[in-house]
Design a protein around this ligand. Structure first.
Ligand code: S3P
Length: 182
């Protein structure tokens, strides 16, 4: 984190719709930090959407593509990585993120999540589950994995993107980094 040391990657984790992509975009626009959106990168590489990958190749294949991408990203530095919501469920993924990276868990209440995920149909894991009861149950099921992976935890409800980015940098010990990255 400090000058002279190689800049760490910042991995944003959390449930679908918790704001990982929006916060990553915030880091890009506010601090000029390079951003990688894992889902989009996998879609580009495979030439099909995440939903199509799930349908045509299966979820296990998608999960392996995530791990392969993390292997590549862990060899880079100074990136803000917006992870797919399922990334921390694999222990090896957490180990890869820890190699030269900080893991930031973005939390939001189920009501916020539902409002955001209701807007599109891109998430196969939530098909038929777009209601508070099912979302809360899946969040609870995943909570231990997010908790175990997180170096930094940020409550996002009611906060602006600017506030969230600032809090992350502060927590990462980089409150005075004046836009030059971590
Ligand atoms: C998933 C989350 C999605 C995407 C895929 C699976 C999950 O990413 O990777 O649909 O299992 O939580 P977002 O968290 O960006 O929606």
């Amino acid at each position: 984190m400090s000058s002279g040391k190689q800049r760490e990657n910042l991995y944003l984790i959390g449930f679908m719709g918790c704001g990982k992509s929006a916060v990553a975009r915030g880091f890009r626009s506010l601090y000029g930090m390079p951003v990688t959106e894992m889902d989009r990168q996998i879609e580009e590489q495979e030439g099909m959407s995440v939903s199509e990958i799930f349908k045509k190749k299966g979820e296990a294949c998608f999960r392996s593509l995530e791990t392969a991408l993390l292997e590549t990203l862990s060899g880079q530095c100074g990136l803000v990585v917006s992870c797919g919501g399922g990334v921390p469920l694999r222990r090896e993924n957490v180990d890869l993120m820890r190699q030269g990276g900080r893991i930031v868990w973005l939390k939001a209440v189920p009501e916020t999540i539902l409002e955001r995920v209701s807007r599109d149909d891109r998430r196969p894991v939530l098909r038929g589950k777009k209601n508070i009861k099912d979302i809360s149950a899946l969040m609870e099921e995943r909570r231990p994995a997010y908790e175990a992976a997180a170096d930094i935890t940020i409550e996002t409800d009611g906060k602006s993107i600017q506030q969230i980015c600032g809090e992350i940098l502060q927590e990462a010990g980089c409150g005075d980094c004046s836009g030059t990255g971590i």
